[in-house]
Design a protein. Structure first.
Length: 116
């Protein structure tokens, strides 16, 4: 079992930055792929970025160049640095951990609101 707790969300003006954190506890963190997803009002949850246990990173196309995912295995934490934020980035952001190639474990989410 893995427990995930996100933090770092908030209200920011367009063009600003936020760094989200996801603290993990439970089974071995360093061996799990970790990801960030987001869900905007009235929309389905969408993939943002992921990082494998070996450090392979994937981004959704719209986030490339603006968002950076990283992990600190010693701290059991994964981060999402978000720069040049836009109003359309407003969403609840969720951290996820994979098990056998499936996103199985989810955090409770953290709200990010970008004002224009």
């Amino acid at each position: 079992q893995v427990q995930l707790v996100e933090s770092g969300g908030g209200l920011v003006q367009a063009g600003g930055s936020l760094r989200l954190s996801c603290a993990a506890s439970g089974r071995t963190f360093s061996s799990a792929a970790m990801g960030w997803f987001r869900q905007a009002p009235g929309k389905e949850r969408a993939f943002v970025a992921s990082i494998s246990s070996g450090g392979v990173i994937t981004y959704a196309d719209s986030m490339k160049g603006r968002f950076t995912i990283s992990r600190a295995n010693a701290k059991n934490t994964v981060y999402l640095q978000m720069n040049s934020l836009k109003p359309e980035d407003t969403a609840v952001y969720y951290c996820a951990a994979a098990h056998i190639s499936q996103w199985v474990y989810w955090g409770q989410g953290t709200q990010v609101t970008v004002s224009s």
